[in-house]
Design a protein around this ligand. Structure first.
Ligand SMILES: Cc1cc2nc3c(=O)[nH]c(=O)nc-3n(C[C@H](O)[C@H](O)[C@H](O)COP(=O)(O)OP(=O)(O)OC[C@H]3O[C@@H](n4cnc5c(N)ncnc54)[C@H](O)[C@@H]3O)c2cc1C
Length: 253
């Protein structure tokens, strides 16, 4: 099962679209690639200043004194929840993730999405298989998760993998019989990998990180949120620092 090479170098060579893009593998066969950005910390500050018809020095003056003023204003904006200036910096990602993760992701409505089409293309033979299954421990409303012990873990994963093979086999047979792709895909599990474009402004990105880089989020989407937060911090270090200072510390680090 699964056509994608799993060693890092060949996986990256296969999936990264540009040699300089920020790219991180996630889960067993997923990834996040930062394709492009528009604006940065100081562009958001410039957007805020326009409201008072103030000069736009943050667009042109790179002196230390100006930078300090800009950073101070940016922290103030975040602390006061004056959020609209952060809509003026934009991130564009390419993401590959299992459908059950993407289903949670697409609940974040303030973003633009395009996903590969199971109607028009044959889906790839790629399903998410964790190394360790989680068990729910404790009572309803008061439970935690724990790794399933061996040998149950390995035995159960074998059963899941057998189901993936069966489902994939049926998918292929349905296509051979002439069943339309849009119907044949019905038999595939939600562990099926898919790829999508995600273009999101910084305010909505922070909302996503607040909810998904959190212990309350499912671990698999959190794994994506962690690498996205690193990419965000690398591109907009002032905004990221102010976000974590004023919207609460990161759940992860
Ligand atoms: C741990 C966790 C568990 C979850 N469990 C479930 C679940 O069991 N079932 C389920 O259906 N969803 C569930 N969700 C999804 C959740 O309810 C949100 O839909 C999702 O997190 C997107 O958040 P958002 O609405 O803030 O983001 P966006 O859709 O990007 O919206 C951003 C902000 O815009 C505003 N906004 C957007 N749309 C509207 C609107 N129609 N009216 C008013 N204001 C709006 C809100 O302020 C919102 O915070 C869960 C999310 C998390 C993190």
């Amino acid at each position: 099962m699964g056509a994608a090479p799993l060693d890092d170098a060949s996986f990256i060579a296969d999936h990264r679209t540009h040699p300089d893009s920020a790219f991180s593998r996630v889960l067993d066969r997923g990834f996040v690639e930062l394709l492009d950005t528009l604006g940065d910390d100081r562009r958001c500050v410039a957007a805020a200043r326009v409201s008072l018809r103030r000069d736009q020095k943050s667009l042109v003056d790179d002196s230390e004194a100006q930078m300090k003023r800009d950073q101070g204003l940016l922290h103030r904006l975040m602390a006061d929840r004056h959020t609209s200036p952060f809509e003026h910096a934009i991130f564009q990602f390419r993401v590959r993730a299992p459908i059950f993760v993407v289903r949670q992701w697409f609940r974040h409505r303030f973003a633009s999405y395009n996903e590969e089409s199971g109607r028009y293309i044959k889906l790839e033979d790629e399903f998410f298989l964790p190394e360790r299954l989680r068990e729910r421990v404790g009572k309803a409303m008061d439970y935690t998760y724990a790794d399933m012990a061996e040998p149950e873990n390995g035995q159960t994963l074998d059963e899941i993998e057998a189901l993936y093979e069966q489902a994939r086999g049926l998918y292929e047979r349905l296509l051979e019989r002439g069943v339309a792709r849009e119907h044949a895909r019905m038999v595939l599990p939600v562990a099926q990998y898919t790829t999508f474009f995600w273009t999101v402004n910084t305010l909505s990105l922070m909302n996503f990180l607040n909810l998904r880089n959190s212990p309350h989020a499912q671990e698999e989407i959190r794994d994506y949120a962690v690498v996205i937060e690193d990419m965000f911090a690398a591109h907009m270090p002032w905004t990221h620092a102010a976000f974590r200072e004023h919207w609460g510390p990161s759940a992860i680090r």
